[in-house]
Ligand binder design. Structure first.
Ligand SMILES: Cc1ncc(COP(=O)(O)O)c(C=O)c1O
Length: 498
């Protein structure tokens, strides 16, 4: 029944649009879901069976299923197959769903938003975005030197001349670009002149700018699997085709099969993969640069939390190894200062600097020069380094406390037993769990205790083998971590039955 419908849809699409086979199957499966021929929670036939019934290659079927998983239509469950997600919208009787509808965010009526809008409004993570102890990605802003910051802001507002109130077309306030360049040269081994620094409103804008200027609608971007949801959404918003590439303990690991989907862009977090925390090994870095060269692809390096390195050897940027000028390096002040500051930086290869400044001006109308001036002085006067030193000390203690609390969970020495990854750096770590654990249910149980952790599987795009908890130690004070750490550990132990 299903295969007959799929074959009919595919033949219609093939005749109409000359789409490649995997795209025809993707569209046909999506239509089956929207029309209710495949209902929410229903199990999809295996890729092998589908390939046989439809007389397609298994790769074609897997490519279609992967894309639907990335877009949230399908979810894989270990050992039991692939299912239609609960939130796939149905066409209203008598009023067919629009071609290409996506699962909307709860409460968003399908049809009001564009197809892209529905995908963008769909929540990526399995748990609510509550800020509680252990919420990953949240720093402690209470330590920010507010009075000093206020004084600097006041000073620069007083000194402001009319030009500083205008949009800015030079890539940002020159002394701030110089300060950023000096920092990156010394601490991150980035090769750059200040002229190559473009000040943006954060990494999110840096990623979007690169996606818009370096790729065209429908081009392929390789993203790490599991992935940073902010980057995924930026690529969806710019109409790129996401191709998830698995990450292991040495970072992204493209295979020859991945090369069948040649990338225009490759987005990576090599210093501290988000969310697993894997550090990309040196051989992998060289391999990735070589792969990018073969495909003529650009590499987007998101270096989001390298300021906080607690153990292990220092890690330089991927950009520092690039001899080809194909790495765009991006960083942010969100983690060391505060996210609402909305200032980040993008290092652009020299030949493209003028183009990026022009397009950034036209698309984003950048400004906020008095704030940039205050930030430049904050850095030049050494306040940034002091704030960083204090924050490192604070977060280091919290990290240590969390690691101690999790020790009893790690007692199981079984190879598939719980382990920790990514604790050397940043504001979160990843507790890896056996693949039999339902990490979403575990995260929900932990949430009932007033704690927020994120299931690792919720960050996965196409793969279904990873289970774990992404745990932040940036937000809660030390005493809270000391109090809540054992609660967290107990919940995990109960689930594991140890
Ligand atoms: C991987 C990654 N990149 C970037 C950011 C932050 O970027 P922005 O400068 O947009 O705040 C985050 C924030 O949590 C992140 O996890």
């Amino acid at each position: 029944m299903l295969s007959e419908f799929l074959l009919a849809e595919m033949s219609r699409l093939g005749a109409q649009d000359a789409l490649p086979l995997h795209r025809q199957l993707y569209e046909a499966l999506r239509r089956a879901m929207l029309d209710g021929k495949l209902g929410a929670g229903e199990r999809l036939p295996s890729s092998r069976d589908l390939a046989q019934d439809l007389k397609l290659s298994r790769n074609t079927v897997v490519a279609a299923i992967n894309q639907l998983s990335v877009e949230g239509y399908l979810a894989s469950r270990v050992g039991s197959g692939t299912y239609v997600n609960d939130n796939v919208p149905r066409a209203t009787p008598g009023r067919p769903a629009r071609q290409g509808s996506n699962p909307p965010a709860s409460g968003v009526p399908a049809g009001r938003l564009s197809v892209r809008g529905q995908a963008l409004a769909t929540r990526f993570c399995a748990t609510e975005l509550e800020v509680q102890p252990f919420t990953p990605g949240i720093a402690d802003f209470s330590a920010f030197p507010l009075t000093l910051w206020q004084r600097l802001q006041n000073k620069h507002w007083r000194m402001t001349y009319p030009d500083m109130l205008d949009y800015n077309d030079s890539g940002g306030y020159a002394p701030l670009r110089r300060a950023v360049a000096d920092y990156l040269r010394v601490f991150r081994s980035v090769h750059l002149d200040a002229d190559q620094v473009v000040i943006t409103s954060g990494t999110q804008q840096s990623i979007e700018l690169c996606a818009r200027l370096l790729a065209d609608h429908g081009d392929t971007v390789w993203v790490e699997d599991p992935a940073y949801w902010g980057a995924v959404k930026a690529f969806m918003a710019t109409g790129l085709k996401l191709h998830p590439v698995p990450v292991d303990e040495q970072g992204i690991q493209p295979s020859t099969a991945d090369s069948a989907q040649p990338p225009r862009l490759i987005y990576v977090t090599p210093s501290h993969q988000y969310p697993t925390g894997a550090v990309m090994s040196l051989p992998r870095r060289h391999q990735l640069l070589a792969t990018a060269r073969v495909h003529g692809a650009w590499v987007l390096e998101d270096d989001y939390d390298s300021e906080y390195r607690f153990s292990g050897p220092p890690i330089s940027s991927l950009e520092g190894l690039d001899t080809d000028g194909r790495v765009f390096y991006m960083g942010t002040f969100s983690k060391v200062l505060y996210p609402g500051l909305k200032i980040g930086y993008l290092v652009v290869p020299k030949p493209l600097v003028a183009a990026f400044k022009q397009a950034h001006y036209d698309l984003n109308r950048p400004g906020q020069m008095p704030v940039q001036a205050a930030l430049a002085e904050f850095i030049e006067m050494g306040h940034f380094t002091s704030a960083l030193r204090r924050a490192r000390q604070n977060y280091g203690e919290r990290r240590q406390c969390l690691l101690e609390a999790l020790k009893p969970v790690l007692r199981d020495q079984h190879p598939d037993g719980p382990s920790i990854s990514g604790a050397e750096q940043g504001l979160h770590l990843c507790l890896r769990l056996p693949s039999s654990v339902d990490d979403r249910a575990l995260a929900q149980r932990i949430a009932q205790q007033g704690l927020t952790v994120r299931p690792l599987s919720a960050y996965c795009l196409a793969r279904s083998d990873l289970r774990g908890l992404v745990i932040g130690y940036g937000y809660a004070p030390l005493a809270e971590i000391a109090r809540c750490g054992p609660l967290l550990a107990n919940a995990v132990r109960q689930t594991l039955g140890s």
